[in-house]
Write a protein that binds this ligand. Sequence first.
Ligand code: GAP
Length: 445
Amino acid sequence: MPPVPDPTLFDKVVNLCKRRGFVFPSAEIYGGFRSTYDYGPVGVLLLRNVKEEWWRSMVQLRHDVVGLDAAILSPPAIWEASGHLQNFTDPLVDCRKCRERFRLDKLDDPNECPNCHAKGSFTEARHFNLMFKTYAGPVEGTGAEVYLRPETAQGMFVNFKNVLETSRKRPPFGIAQIGKSFRNEITPGNFVFRTREFEQMEMEYFVPPDEAGKWYEYWCDERLRWYVELGIPEDQLRLRAHDEEELSHYSSATSDVEFLFPWGWDELEGIANRTDYDLRQHAQASGESLDYFDPALGERYVPYVIEPAAGATRTAMAFLMAAYDEEEVAREGQGQGESRTVLRFHPRIAPYKVAVLPLSKKPELQEPANEVLGLLQPHYMCDYDETQAIGRRYRRQDELGTPYCVTIDFETLDDRAVTVRDRDSMAQDRVPIDALLDHLEPKLS
Ligand code: GAP
């Protein structure tokens, strides 16, 4: 039995994100800018860790995947060939009564407006292209049109030949990229789940056509495993295969990794068999040959592509939701609060790994506190906090998800030891400063 989603979790996480500096509404001093968000001092660390872990598993720890960082601005020719100009649309309907706008394919009942409950009030569906268009140079007009990429994937396809010629990789091999994508979503919402500007982590894995099925299965398993390894409980994740009508214009098979969000199961990542669609389209449109000659087989073929495509911002949100916990605890130090909120992040995802907390602001504690901070900072992202009662500072670090707090007290001046407090068990160990790195390393790596 999967856990039942907690509908109150959404507001709790959104509030914590604002209160603790994970995510701020964009342009807030101007009243906000609908569905855009800024990542604050802690959120930027969380997002970097998500991307870093993806890169580590998809590029660093493999011999068959290389990286790329392609341009965001791209000419219409790319999107003409990829099919996005024609197909990357959502069906849009307006309610004639309340004038609200909806995506037809997301309505529970296509005859009833979910806002004003009018029946049969929708206009005919119009196909609305999701790409943002702008102009390069001072003259607006045809010829100067450019698009902000709606997926990072096309950068990999149009560089296939460059990478093949320079990297000495041969199918099966992949090209991975992390970067911003832009979609003029009709109904953005659910916090950072669906926004118009977001970050993707995508990998195009080029394979011999007859191996596509095998690699599709392989990447579905690999990608699901990644989320579990980084601490998302298995019963909050599932793989769901798309049915025929749901498939994108380029895909012969797609499975989504879904997470149990507070509103129910929803997509974190799609793993698609894109066949040879994109390479063939670009070869035809550009006139460049994008096939591969396999010297072992003596054969020329256009590789098939298996694509695991994840959202970095959406994944960060899932890590926040999965990590959120509240519990009743005994008093710590002078702190009040018998209940605490704690983000139980995996240490590799946690924004700060260690917080250095001198017990008081007294000058004699500053020297050992600085020494400890200087010892840890080259290895770990650390927070430093010397104000308020220690119990309140622990609560703050719990809400940031910091796995360990290191407290420097007056005994430190005599014994050169510090207290290491564990976020989850709240257990405290006395550890000599000289042994601190060895003590933390196995817990944080
Ligand atoms: N290249 C294939 C592709 O872009 P997609 O399913 O449209 O596939 C991949 O996007 C992932 O990007 C999604 O699973 C989701 O995590 C993320 N994503 C897509 N649109 C998004 C949006 N508007 N806001 C936030 N994340 C989004």
